[in-house]
Write a protein that binds this ligand. Structure first.
Ligand code: ADP
Length: 268
């Protein structure tokens, strides 16, 4: 397994009347085909990390390499799924239109775009909803459209920012299982951030635990739960219960990093 994502010394300070260091110095890699979860308290800098990797925000420090290439602008073969599906889909376009739209700028012909949309809608179980509009669908279905749209680009890396935080508990379980199935079938590399410890363990091949802001990696834990996971039995298993306890303890006991000293260290 090669390295898909290589993050080195990545840090970001939001400028403003009071400069705020959201992330001081993050270094980690994600292997090709791996699903890595990042868990950390709200406001610790998880979204900032994803935005810096996707180059939606220009990081203050550090470097990101995607399949060996230094990332300087938004990479073509990277897709992001955000929490807020209602704002990420175009309400005036059909489901098919939403999925085909980003493929236009990637130079696919009309026939290819159509084929891709049909294929990915099949993956997420929405083959029959192609002609519908987002507002005619439930929240969970809309998020499936957003996932299909991301996958239609055949991304080298799929970034997911709290993708299931806005849906009810049962839909959340269904979407988690959909992600596990699709990423296995398509061998997609995924980096997913969540503040939900249980979700990070259930989904991840590996969990990176972040401290409070400015985010630092306090642990990098392999999840030895195998590929076949089940919402009830996996969550009852000894491995699951032990790991969620370990992460909860880490999040509770990790002291808040001193932002002044970490900023000073980076200036030096
Ligand atoms: P998380 O995703 O872990 O909840 P964020 O990355 O959204 O955390 O935010 C980390 C910190 O950076 C928070 O304190 C937040 O208020 C601050 N922040 C986020 N975006 C901006 C911005 N555009 N300008 C200034 N501060 C920001």
């Amino acid at each position: 397994m090669g390295t898909m994502l290589d993050v080195t010394g990545l840090g970001h300070t939001y400028d403003g009347r009071q400069a705020h260091t959201a992330m001081s110095d993050l270094t980690f890699t994600v292997a090709s085909g791996e699903l890595t979860c990042i868990v950390g308290p709200s406001g610790c800098g998880k979204s900032t990390l994803l935005r810096c990797i996707a180059r939606l925000v220009e990081p203050s420090r550090g470097q990101v390499h995607l399949h060996g290439d230094l990332v300087r602008e938004v990479p073509e073969d990277l897709a992001v799924v955000f929490q807020d599906y209602s704002r990420s889909l175009f309400p005036w376009m059909s489901v098919r239109g939403n999925i085909e739209f980003p493929l236009r700028s990637r130079g696919l012909s009309k026939a290819e775009r159509r084929e891709r949309a049909t294929e990915t809608l099949g993956w997420v179980g929405l083959a029959d909803a192609a002609a519908k509009y987002p507002w005619q669908l439930s929240g969970g279905m809309q998020q499936r459209v957003a996932i299909a749209r991301a996958l239609a680009c055949r991304p080298a890396l799929l970034l997911m920012d709290e993708p299931f935080a806005s849906v009810d508990a049962q839909t959340r379980f269904d979407l988690e299982d959909l992600l596990l199935r699709v990423r296995k079938e398509q061998d997609t590399t995924v980096l997913l951030v969540t503040h939900d410890i249980d979700e990070s363990v259930y989904l991840g091949d590996r969990v990176l635990v972040l401290s409070q802001a400015p985010a630092e990696i306090v642990a990098d834990l392999p999840v030895e739960l195998g590929d076949d996971r089940d919402q009830i039995t996996t969550r009852e298993s000894e491995t699951f219960v032990h790991l969620r306890g370990e992460i909860a303890r880490l999040l509770r006991d990790t002291p808040i990093p001193d932002s002044t000293s970490s900023q000073a260290a980076h200036r030096g």
